[in-house]
Design a protein around this ligand. Structure first.
Ligand SMILES: [Zn+2]
Length: 451
């Protein structure tokens, strides 16, 4: 069996691992490269394989850095199956068309501002292609065994987000594990990642290979931010990712209100995508910690604003309230409209709830910017900036090590580190070398490994 590393190496994006056994070829994950331009350029290069010979794609989870290249593959003629957990299929049904829409907008932006060397820049793929590729999806459940050629597959829960899985592969008498993105043992929404079986090789993510999450009480932090903002008579803005974070925020706020720990003020979820994703979380209630009752309470406490008119009407509310809106790093979305009118007032608060990548408005604000550029205008930042630690969807290096220790891996099991920036991957390698006997290496882009 061969593994070819086609992405998700030396970076946290573009996850793609080609598995070859005899004539069978399967792509594990099919993600978009994101972030730096030199990385995004790789989305335009063709894969070093004949797509007609590809038998199947198997996805660990729905995040675009693992799934966002599927429409491109479809555009290039791929019509084979895409196996993934049924919740991931549902989430891809929202995330992929939205990604197509963003690709179209980007192409239009490049055309309007003449930023492309092409007269009429094409999107990587459009919304329609992303919608069509969904017909290839074959949903599977955790624990269900399925075969592609002579390779046998099984998905097991990895925490992280709804539907997220580690993939266990068996062929030629060997067993290989793909960790997928690994969640935390104490996540607000998700159950802990399931321990791995004995393996001949593990591909392990190491997003936080060089970081420890602070031991912060999320409930207490959030209660303090809400109470302070309400006492000042202000509005709390919560930029949020549509998958996972938006649901966690609704749950935390509803519970804090029911427990009498924060004042009852109106809460608005002003993101059509996060509203749709919330419905998927409610539909798959057996896959996360929230009960049907919790889900019902969330929808009673939080008002969903679908239309642009409803969103604009929030500007007329002149008493304290809370607005959850996308996007999480303030790179676009409805949150920008609210920030334009609310950031210049010191009574209001902007609450950062997740990772803010370098170069985004979120990162500027986190480092204390005095103004922020939105839709061409500089908006003064008088509002308070707060951050909520502890909602990360990824295990840190200690939690990853704990997970490995709880598994059935033999002491000398080979591990290839994937899905980490170079510093994180190297720190993870050194940590595991010091604290375990696994044979750890950092995977290299386009390398081929024989198992
Ligand atoms: Zn992920």
């Amino acid at each position: 069996m061969n593994i070819v590393f086609l992405g998700g190496t030396e970076t946290v994006t573009g996850s793609k691992f080609l598995l070859e056994s005899g004539d069978t070829k399967v792509l594990i994950d099919c993600g978009l490269f994101q972030g730096y331009k030199w990385l995004r350029k790789r989305n335009w290069q063709s894969l070093p394989l004949d797509i007609k010979q590809l038998d199947a794609v198997v996805l660990t989870h729905a995040h675009l850095d693992h799934s966002g290249y599927i429409p491109r593959l479809y555009q290039q003629g791929y019509r084979g199956p895409v196996y993934t957990h049924r919740a991931s299929r549902d989430l891809c049904g929202i995330l992929l068309p939205d990604s197509g829409h963003i690709q179209e907008e980007d192409a239009r932006f490049y055309e309007r501002h003449k930023l492309s060397k092409h007269e009429k820049p094409e999107p990587l793929y459009d919304r329609q292609t992303a919608e069509r590729c969904l017909e290839l999806f074959e949903p599977v459940d955790f624990g269900e065994v399925f075969n592609v050629g002579n390779i046998r597959f099984r998905l097991q829960p990895s925490g992280h987000i709804l539907g997220a899985a580690s993939i266990i592969v068996e062929a030629e008498g060997k067993r290989v594990g793909f960790s997928g993105d690994v969640g935390r043992s104490e996540d607000v929404l998700m159950y802990p990642p399931q321990p791995l079986p004995e393996l001949d090789l593990l591909l392990l993510e190491c997003t936080y290979g060089d970081r420890r999450h602070p031991e912060a009480d999320v409930w207490e932090q959030l209660a303090a931010v809400v109470t302070d903002t309400v006492n000042r008579g202000g509005v709390l803005m919560v930029p949020s990712f549509a998958v996972g974070r938006a649901q966690a925020m609704q749950y935390l706020l509803a519970k804090l209100m029911d427990d009498g720990r924060i004042p009852r003020v109106p809460v608005f979820l002003d993101s059509p995508m996060a509203i749709d994703v919330s419905a998927i979380y409610h539909r798959h209630a057996d896959q996360h910690r929230l009960t049907d009752q919790d889900c019902a309470r969330m929808t009673q406490v939080v008002k969903y604003t679908h239309s642009v008119e409803e969103s604009k009407a929030l500007a007329d509310i002149n008493y304290p309230h809370i607005i959850i809106a996308g996007s999480g790093m303030m790179t676009g979305g409805r949150i920008l409209h609210h920030m334009k009118r609310l950031m210049p007032n010191h009574r209001n608060t902007l609450l950062l709830t997740g990772y803010q990548a370098g170069g985004t408005r979120g990162a500027h604000l986190q480092s204390g910017a005095e103004s922020v550029k939105i839709h061409g205008a500089y908006i003064p930042c008088k509002a308070q900036i707060a951050a909520l630690d502890g909602l990360s969807g990824h295990a840190d290096y200690r939690e990853l090590h704990d997970w490995l220790q709880a598994s059935a891996l033999a002491p000398k099991t080979p591990i290839q580190l994937i899905h980490g920036e170079p510093d994180a991957a190297d720190a993870m390698r050194l940590y595991l070398q010091e604290h375990s006997r696994y044979e750890v290496e950092v995977a290299e882009y386009r390398s081929i490994l024989k198992v």
